[in-house]
Design a binder for this molecule. Structure first.
Ligand code: GLP
Length: 266
């Protein structure tokens, strides 16, 4: 795992978008794992900007989202499906049949989960997985005690998560669907590369727990410490609780891999 500290959230978002664009240029049939939430909004906005400025071609790419609420269809504006249509799918030349989200209104959710795993395998697995970090320490909707080997399945949401996501539901956590379909921690760990983006002072504690704390199913993001190719992009505000902060500051400025990205700071 590598933590990169950028001055602001906008810098972290721009770096994430830049990395997606570069991976797509290197592999036009990229399989991109997509996340949702507020953190991702700036990333998709930046990516759409890059797509326009640099004529990025998504026509051979595939996307797989992490999760979807049970009971919300694609036409429900509170669904992640709708979020993705609005923020990314309708704004780049992704083919509709190449965009995948778990179907939260499937009659048989267990069968839907199994078929989702099968669809990921059928395109050769996920090349690059984008992640946010929930206040409960979750990735996707892998709430506390999710098995670190779990696969796509139905999961009950933690009260803290329903609280965090209440904004889209009139501010009322009780209106947030209680269950979701989510890729498992094991599914996420199989992605060939992972980029987690964590910004804002409110994430400082959980970021430190997730990256520097012991690996535990109580905080599913700690499993990323096992991943051989995981970058965590954070802003100064989220970095305040990190014990290794000075070293991570050094990394972005000195590791040769990151030299091509220094112009993002200007
Ligand atoms: C939701 C999603 C997660 C996401 C999290 C972070 O719970 N299921 O995949 O990482 O939100 O949200 P935000 O970026 O709004 O803090």
């Amino acid at each position: 795992m590598e933590i990169l500290i950028l001055p602001t959230a906008a810098h972290a978002e721009r770096l994430a978008a830049r990395l997606v664009a570069d991976r797509l240029k290197a592999k036009p049939d990229l399989v991109l794992g997509c996340a949702t939430g507020r953190t991702m909004e700036g990333i998709y906005e930046s990516l759409v900007g890059l797509a326009r400025a640099e004529q990025l071609d998504f026509s051979r790419a595939h996307t797989f989202n992490l999760d979807e609420y049970v009971g919300l269809g694609a036409d429900d504006e509170r669904s992640y499906h709708h979020y993705m249509e609005e923020k990314l799918f309708s704004r780049v030349n992704l083919r509709e049949e190449h965009t995948h989200l778990p179907n939260g209104v499937a009659a048989d959710l267990a069968a839907e989960a199994a078929s989702y795993e099968q669809r990921i395998r059928a395109v050769g697995g996920i090349d690059l997985q984008l992640l946010g970090l929930g206040n409960s320490g979750h990735i996707g909707f892998n709430e506390p005690l999710s098995s670190l080997m779990s696969r796509t399945r139905e999961k009950a949401l933690a009260p803290q998560t329903r609280q965090q996501n209440a904004g889209m539901f009139g501010g009322d956590p009780e209106k947030v669907p209680p269950r979701a379909l989510t890729m498992g921690v094991g599914t996420i760990l199989e992605a060939r590369e992972v980029i987690m983006v964590v910004t804002g002072a409110h994430k400082a504690k959980i970021l430190a727990t997730a990256t520097e704390g012991p690996i535990t199913s109580m905080v599913s993001a700690t499993a990323l410490q096992l991943h051989p190719h995981c970058h965590v992009l954070v802003d100064e505000a989220a970095a305040t609780e990190l014990v290794g902060r000075d070293y991570y500051q050094w990394t972005f400025h000195n590791e040769p891999d990151w030299a091509p990205y220094h112009d993002l700071l200007s």
